[in-house]
Design a binder for this molecule. Structure first.
Ligand code: 5AD
Ligand code: SF4
Length: 544
């Protein structure tokens, strides 16, 4: 074993068997912080010179011999707000960055839906408030977290391929954690498949995350948070949001429905709604921070049941959110057809800040298949809900999710799904091949469809929707829309943004600094999946 003998600054976390070595200063997010060289489990009192195998240092061997720095006295730093650090004084203003270096760095990769994206924003907030610094690659991180998705098998496999990239030897000193739905689904089995993982935490246990992280930081090698009976929602002091204009906000967690193909009730636990006053408080804070669009999230967002005595209905909550000063757009996803009621449509009609888009997953156009899926509505009942939305005073775009190849699905059932596409003329369809998931009732069903046949059905469905979307998009050429600009292309004067009805339009403009602004855009061209346009100046009222 190659050995490096040198005196390194060592900081042993009080009361733990965790030691960290620090190297020369480097710039992180504009601040000079000491580079974390390695993390090692050891005994308290090991404070002098060590023989360390190079492979046990997370940062590799770039550390120049002889440039040892002072150990940072974290206790003093925190108490006094400053400390002597490599010959210089660290002032209170630098405390955060220094704490980051003391705690280390984290890398967080997210798979799956918007709920997961937002959970990750909250997890990042928890870590930042504990003094970690976020980095963009696992190589430079001392804590690596994967927030996982298990809705379909392929998504679930991804995390194991990521974990496979680490091994016991490569991983020395790094802490690896698996969060989210795969964590909940596989539980301690993850430790068996990847013994280098030390944290497994399902989303229903995120409210305990600070506690669990403290155990991991204390050197505990097997930390789990796998309860799903928690009645709390995941609230954080800080949420590190990825988008500076549009904020996600979870209003209901878990799911009380029992669709026979779906692992979510198992992985995310029972439904828990967040108090309406806490939601509105957060919306006000978001508006003050400059967010103008909020997206309310939930697996079945419209099943929202306010736990406060005021018992605000979902439609009332939508209106109250839209009423907050500074909020210009409010979205919500995903709606369950059974809980979609007329008062929601009335709210959309009365308040233009509520975006004119409803995502209403149907899953199948055949009542027989819907029954087998335990979807709680028939084709006809679903079409009644569509009729209700189409009855609104303003045009509302409708999107859906569809599963093909559910066990027992016949050609006739598929034909009914295709005819439903014709009947509804969705603005967009997210379509999936049925994927058997652990702990779901559909596992026991007969009439399994081969992968090949599922692919054939999916192609038929997607081709039909492509035709519908092409025709729909062509009618939009010449129309004007209001866009929230969220992207700037590398090409000169090219931008992109979302309409209220949730379409992306790539457009040209001679103006500068458009990001985060609302502009009027006239559509000049269309493909099945996208629209192009140009900024329109002062020409009549736009479509929202
Ligand atoms: N197989 C395929 N698709 C699924 N979905 C949920 N569970 C499965 C499964 N087992 C789809 C549904 C849901 C979307 C988020 O994922 O269409 O609405
Ligand atoms: Fe899954 Fe059905 Fe709940 Fe949606 S409503 S999360 S598909 S169980």
């Amino acid at each position: 074993m190659q050995k490096l003998k040198m005196e390194l600054p060592l900081w042993i976390q009080p009361g733990t068997r965790h030691a960290r070595w620090f190297g020369p200063l480097e710039e992180v997010d504009g601040a000079q912080v000491p580079r974390l060289i390695g993390v090692l489990n050891c005994e308290p009192g090991m404070g002098k010179t060590f023989d360390i195998g190079l492979e046990r240092l997370t940062g590799g061997c770039e550390f120049p011999t002889g440039s040892a720095i002072n150990t940072i006295d974290r206790g003093r730093l925190e108490k006094e707000g400053s400390a002597t650090f490599r010959g210089a004084r660290a002032e209170a203003s630098e405390l955060h960055a220094l704490r980051g270096a003391l705690r280390g760095t984290f890398f967080l990769e997210t798979f799956g839906c918007q709920m997961n994206d937002h959970d990750s924003e909250k997890v990042a907030g928890v870590l930042l408030s504990r003094g970690y610094t976020q980095v963009a690659s696992p190589e430079s991180a001392s804590l690596i977290l994967y927030n996982t998705c298990s809705i379909r098998e392929k998504a679930a496999q991804k995390v194991f391929s990521r974990l496979g990239e680490f091994g016991l030897t490569e991983n020395a000193g790094r802490i690896i954690g698996v969060l989210g739905c795969v964590a909940q689904q596989e539980g301690e089995e993850i430790f068996r498949r990847a013994p280098w993982v030390s944290l497994v935490c399902g989303s229903a246990s995120y409210s305990k995350l600070p506690e669990l992280l403290a155990q991991v930081e204390a050197g505990n090698q097997r930390v789990t948070g796998l309860d799903t009976d928690t009645d709390e929602t995941f609230e954080t002091e800080i949420t590190r949001r990825d988008n500076p204009w549009r904020a996600y906000l979870t209003i209901i967690e878990g799911c009380d429905k029992a669709c026979s193909y779906c692992v979510v009730p198992y992985t995310r636990g029972p439904e828990r709604s967040r108090a309406s006053d806490a939601i509105l408080r957060e919306v006000r804070q978001l508006a003050e921070l400059g967010y103008s669009e909020v997206q309310l999230l939930g697996q079945t967002v419209n099943s929202y049941l306010d736990p406060t005595p005021g018992k605000m209905r979902f439609s009332e909550l939508l209106l109250a959110v839209a009423d907050q000063v500074g909020i210009r757009r409010v979205r919500f996803t995903t709606s369950h057809p059974s809980d979609f009621t007329q008062d929601i449509v009335d709210a959309l009609d009365s308040q233009p800040k509520l975006c004119n888009h409803v995502h209403l997953p149907v899953q199948s156009g055949s009542t027989r298949v819907l029954r087998a899926m335990q979807r709680t509505y028939s084709r006809e009942e679903y079409l009644e809900k569509i009729g209700m939305i189409r009855g609104a005073k303003r045009a509302i775009s409708i999107t859906t999710d569809i599963i093909v190849g559910f066990p027992g699905e016949t050609d006739e059932d598929l034909a009914e799904t295709l005819s439903l596409l014709d009947a509804v003329k969705y603005d967009n369809v997210f379509s999936f091949k049925y994927s058997p998931r652990p702990h779901t009732p559909s596992l026991a069903m007969s009439g399994l469809i081969s992968e090949e046949e599922k692919s054939r059905r999916l192609a038929l469905l997607q081709e039909k929707q492509r035709e519908i979307q092409t025709a729909r998009h062509l009618t939009m050429v010449g129309e004007k829309f209001e866009l929230l600009v969220s992207g700037k292309s590398r090409r000169e004067n090219q931008w992109s943004g979302h309409t209220s009805c949730h379409r992306v339009i790539n457009f040209s403009s001679q103006e500068q600094a458009l990001l985060g602004k609302y502009v009027q855009v006239r559509v000049t061209g269309a493909t099945p999946n996208s629209l192009v346009g140009e900024q329109a100046l002062g020409l009549g009222e736009p479509h929202l």
